[in-house]
Design a protein around this ligand. Structure first.
Ligand code: AQP
Length: 346
């Protein structure tokens, strides 16, 4: 059978998933899963780079997996797993960390932003976040990584590290390409439209969660910050607020931006907001209903993740073994081969 190109992508369980996770990641995962071999993970190791409540993290990990399924990820086509179930991610991170310059990590925009945001907890994990992400991708020999625009810089580092390793130790890693969607690669905050919408934003009105109720959607869209103009015209630079709402309308209805401009020619911002809220409610309804159904299917979710971990681990082990060999680590001897017997036999 012809080998399909491989995809790896993940989302941190650091809060409730937003419409940005749908456009930047999930909808592309679903579109690509029938033509690619897909590995999708709940990135819990990444999540603890900022403080997390342990009980909440466990709960969010399952909720995030449930949302993957509710958005259309099919466990019969794709491999779904939890990152911390595969210790090879951390083992490869160490090897790659020894090839990464301090300057490379400190230049990362996400590190600069997050360390400013969490000034009292600028930990080594936050600094090494992109190295762990490189390990995630390279372990599965991914060809393609569907991400939002904010992750492009991390992917560039991943490519550099893969090439550096291959040059030093011989060909091991495939060099991955980013897959950044042409529209929806960066959904902006509803309250500060020059800033990315983030699940951990303390201002709930800034964030549209995939599981928001109809009332919450109407309220948040009504309060969304728009620009000083009147016309409904797409201009990301001059009119980030209204342009963001137009992208959301495109996501919810499938209409193109020129079609949306035409539909609202002569209309005001309030008209677009009213139509957008109703379109989003309809669009998100099946996702929310399926998510609610899965809330009562914990055993099923756990079994999907257990099967996924088994499959992911066997792929990860193959790559790690090759890496360890190339780096020059002495493999542990099989006890019987060196004349050792187990304690039960002695
Ligand atoms: N607003 C967004 N627009 C488009 N894509 C987005 N992604 C996240 N937010 C948007 C994409 O979703 C994938 C997984 O993201 P993540 O949760 O692992 O990390 P993140 O980018 O740090 O997301 P948040 O919401 O900003 O998380 P917190 O608040 O915990 O830091 C990535 O492909 C990302 O591009």
């Amino acid at each position: 059978m012809e080998q399909r190109p491989t995809i790896l992508s993940g989302i941190q369980p650091s809060g409730r998933l937003t419409i940005g996770h749908y456009t930047g990641a999930l909808r592309n995962w679903v579109a690509l899963q029938s033509t690619h071999e897909c590995f999708f993970m709940v990135a819990d190791l990444h999540a603890i780079t900022v403080p997390q409540d342990p009980e909440e993290l466990r709960q969010r990990t399952l909720e995030t997996a449930a949302l993957f399924l509710a958005c259309g990820v099919d466990p019969n086509q794709s491999t779904l797993f939890v990152q911390s179930h595969i210790p090879e991610h951390l083992q490869l991170t160490w090897v790659l960390a020894c090839l990464t310059g301090m300057g490379e990590c400190s230049r990362m925009t996400q590190f600069k932003e997050k360390s400013a945001q969490h000034r009292h907890n600028v930990n080594v994990g936050l600094f090494a976040y992109p190295i762990l992400m490189a390990a995630d991708i390279l372990l599965y020999q991914a060809d393609l990584v569907p991400v939002g625009a904010d992750q492009k810089q991390h992917l560039e580092l991943t490519r550099n590290l893969a090439e550096r390793f291959n040059n030093r130790y011989g060909q091991v890693f495939r060099i991955p390409e980013p897959y950044i969607p042409p529209i929806g690669a960066k959904i902006m905050s509803l309250q500060e439209p020059t800033k990315k919408m983030s699940k951990s934003d303390p201002n709930e009105n800034a964030v549209l969660f995939l599981t928001d109720s109809a009332d919450a959607i109407r309220r948040k869209i009504r309060r969304a910050i728009t620009d000083s103009g009147r016309e409904i015209r797409y201009d990301e630079k001059q009119r980030p607020g209204i342009s963001n709402l137009m992208v959301l309308y495109h996501v919810a209805t499938g209409k193109s931006i020129p079609e949306i401009e035409q539909e609202f020619a002569g209309a005001g911002y309030a008209d677009l907001k009213a139509a957008l809220a109703e379109a989003l409610i309809e669009f998100l309804r099946p996702i929310r209903e399926e998510y609610e159904r899965l809330q009562n299917a914990k055993d099923y979710l756990l079994s999907v993740l257990a099967q996924g971990a088994e499959k992911a681990r066997s792929r990860a082990q193959q790559t790690l073994q090759l890496v360890y060999d190339r780096v020059g680590f002495l493999p542990p001897a099989v006890p019987e081969a060196v004349g050792l017997t187990t304690s039960r036999e002695s």
